[in-house]
Design a protein around this ligand. Sequence first.
Ligand SMILES: Cc1cc2nc3c(=O)[nH]c(=O)nc-3n(C[C@H](O)[C@H](O)[C@H](O)COP(=O)(O)OP(=O)(O)OC[C@H]3O[C@@H](n4cnc5c(N)ncnc54)[C@H](O)[C@@H]3O)c2cc1C
Length: 410
Amino acid sequence: MSISHYDVVIIGAGMVGATLASLLSRSGFTVALIEAYKPEPFDTEAEVGLRVSAISPGSAAILEQAGAWQQISTQRSRPYRRMQVEDGVELDPLLFDAPQFNLQSLGTIVENALLQWSVWQVVSSAGLVDIYCPDQLDNIEFSTQQNHVSLKSGKAITASLVVGADGAASGVRKALGIRQDHYAYNQHGLVAVVGKHKPNPGVAWQRFLPGGPLAFLPLDDGRSSIVWTRPSAESEHLLAMSTEEFIKELDTASSGWLGRVESCGPRAAFPLSMRLSESYAAQRTVLVGDAAHVVHPLAGQGVNLGFADAAGLVESMISVRCEGGDFGSATMLQKYDRWRRSESEAMAFGMHALRSLFNLDGLSPLRRVGLALVKRSWTIKDIFLQRAAGVGKNAPQLARGVKLRDLMQR
Ligand SMILES: Cc1cc2nc3c(=O)[nH]c(=O)nc-3n(C[C@H](O)[C@H](O)[C@H](O)COP(=O)(O)OP(=O)(O)OC[C@H]3O[C@@H](n4cnc5c(N)ncnc54)[C@H](O)[C@@H]3O)c2cc1C
């Protein structure tokens, strides 16, 4: 049996893995992409999906270089120029407006299904990536020159670099024996599509309530996609109640914002946790996206961190290749690990601290001082915003607007 060899084998074609495949193949690397399930074609006539993501301007720039943003931004997606944060105790909301930070928008709300389908279409239609789907990782044999990957179908591949983009339960991470710190929040994120009396004017609104934040993210048609973080037992109760009862609860929780809740579609809830891997790279293998880190969704950063991993990896690989080096070498892996792990950990702990601050009793002096500081300090707001927008000083160049072809010419 002949064994195909690639520069890179990516396990997992979720939003992050497929984007990485597109960026790498457009940079001239040979790529194999292994995915268990082919995504469903996105149907613009179907009801809005329950899973949406707030895509940062930095991620939009990365997706543009991957060839997918044009299709995403002209379909069912909604940019937002204002973020409004309320703490349920203080009267004045905390406002972030895009122009104050020299940004056109603070982000774009996109259905995950549209994102995944758009990137999948790019990689499958360009003919630059060999896709093995449906297929699954069976085993990896690590060695110094190249890794041997065997698939459940019986096929075998070799690669100079293997990438685990296979989500939170990553088999690649397990094969590497990389340990993870896992912090279960004992909370669920309840999601639904909700219509209020007034249409959402393009504002990402979030109110911190005892037990967890409630977010309304603007959709294309004036409705909002909500993420309501609740203690797990309570979220089960909210899922089980009738639509009318649920609307009453949601009305109370979001009172004063755009009038009454007038419609609510099906609901679902996802367990929330923080998972941080002790390393993101070893033995000619790297981890990207949820395979490497899972963060609390309160600032909508999970997949954005994953896109930054993908862009950071491509940037590092192009630079090593330009210098005639080995992009699977221990030096290259260490560089990627240090860079991306420090960024993700800073974000994960930032979310953790913010969550803890808002979880303090409303009258707690620490909470009052913390919030007053965030409100008054332009520096804190600016650092927070630059990071959330994915364009901070440590962000990959692709996120900061540099084009792939310019990276290759440097
Ligand atoms: C309630 C909630 C709200 C969220 N909101 C936001 C938000 O607003 N913004 C944001 O940035 N993030 C958000 N997130 C986080 C975001 O959804 C995740 O970070 C993102 O989906 C991770 O993408 P991924 O491609 O890394 O992994 P996944 O989406 O898990 O993809 C992994 C892929 O690998 C495949 N796979 C797995 N194992 C194998 C194998 N052995 N062989 C072959 N294929 C395999 C799977 O089929 C899958 O396609 C939210 C999360 C939750 C729970």
